[in-house]
Design a binder for this molecule. Structure first.
Ligand code: AP5
Length: 205
C-alpha cells in the first residue's frame, strides 16, 4: 500500500499516519520530520532549509526529490509507505509518479483530510498550550503568524494537488473534523476498500 496523506497544516496527517503505522506496519515518511531532524543535526541540508521552514515557506522540489527518492529505496519501504505531508506541489506529485513508475510501482490512494480553518487554528492553539504546559520546546513554525502563512502556502501551492489526483481517480476525501478515533476509522475504511480492490484485481489478473 502506497498512500499520500494530504491536508492543510494541523489537519491531522501526522496523527493519522501514526495510526496507520501501528495498524498496517508500513513506515511513515514525513518530510517535515526529516527536515527538522536535518536542522537538529546541524547538517548542510539543515542549514539550507532552516530559514525557509521557520518562515512557513516550502523547501525546493529538488531537496524533496533527493530525500524522498533515497528514503523509498530503503528495505522497510518494500511493502509500502505513507507519504505524510511529503507531496506539496504538482512538481513533487509528478516526481513521485515518475520515481514509482521507474520501480514498477504506483500510488494506491491519496487521502485528503478535510478540516475547516477555524478548527485548524484551535488545534494549533491547543498544541502551543500543551507544549507550554509540558515545558517542551515549540516548533519554530508553530506561531499564529507563521501558521497563517503555512495555510496560505497550502492554498496556493498544495491545494492544486486535489484536482491533479482527482483526475487520476486516486483522491478520497475523509472528514477530518471528528475525534482522532473517528477520523482513524474513516481512513481505515478507505484503506480496507483499496486492499479489497487490489486483492480482487490480482485474483482476476
Ligand atoms: P510538516 O511537518 O509536514 O507540517 P504541516 O504540514 O504544517 O503539518 P502539521 O505537522 O502542523 O500538521 P498535521 O496535519 O501533521 O497535523 P497533526 O497530526 O500534527 O511541514 C513543516 C514544514 O516543512 C513545511 O512548512 C515546509 O517548510 C517543510 N516541508 C515539509 N514537507 C515539504 C515538502 N514536501 N515540500 C516542501 N516543503 C516541505 O495534528 C495537529 C494538532 O492537532 C496536534 O496537536 C494533534 O494532536 C491535533 N489533532 C490531530 N487530529 C485531531 C483531531 N481529529 N481532533 C482534535 N485534535 C487533533
Amino acid at each position: 500500500m502506497i498512500l499520500i496523506l494530504l491536508g492543510p497544516p494541523g489537519a491531522g496527517k501526522g496523527t493519522q499516519a501514526q495510526r496507520i503505522v501501528e495498524k498496517r506496519g508500513i513506515p511513515q515518511l514525513s518530510t517535515g520530520d526529516m527536515l527538522r531532524a536535518a536542522i537538529a543535526s546541524g547538517s548542510e541540508l539543515g542549514k539550507k532549509v532552516q530559514a525557509i521552514m521557520d518562515r512557513g515557506d516550502l523547501v525546493s522540489d529538488e531537496v524533496i526529490e533527493a530525500i524522498i527518492t533515497a528514503r523509498i529505496q530503503e528495505p522497510d519501504c518494500a511493502k509500502g509507505f505513507i507519504l505524510d505531508g511529503a507531496v506539496r506541489t504538482v512538481g513533487q506529485a509528478e516526481m513521485i509518479d515518475r520515481v514509482l513508475a521507474g520501480q514498477g510501482r504506483s500510488l494506491d490512494v491519496v487521502i485528503e483530510l478535510v478540516v475547516d480553518e477555524k478548527e485548524l487554528l484551535n488545534r494549533l492553539r491547543s498544541r502551543i498550550r500543551e507544549a507550554e504546559a509540558a515545558g517542551q520546546p515549540l516548533r519554530a513554525d508553530d506561531t499564529e503568524e507563521t501558521f497563517q502563512k503555512r495555510q496560505q502556502v497550502y492554498r496556493e501551492q498544495t491545494a492544486p494537488l486535489i484536482p491533479y489526483y482527482e483526475n487520476q481517480g486516486k483522491l478520497r476525501r475523509v472528514d477530518g473534523m471528528g475525534t482522532v478515533e473517528q477520523v482513524a476509522a474513516a481512513v481505515d475504511a478507505v484503506l480496507d476498500e483499496i486492499d479489497a480492490a487490489k486483492a480482487e484485481n490480482s485474483a482476476e489478473g
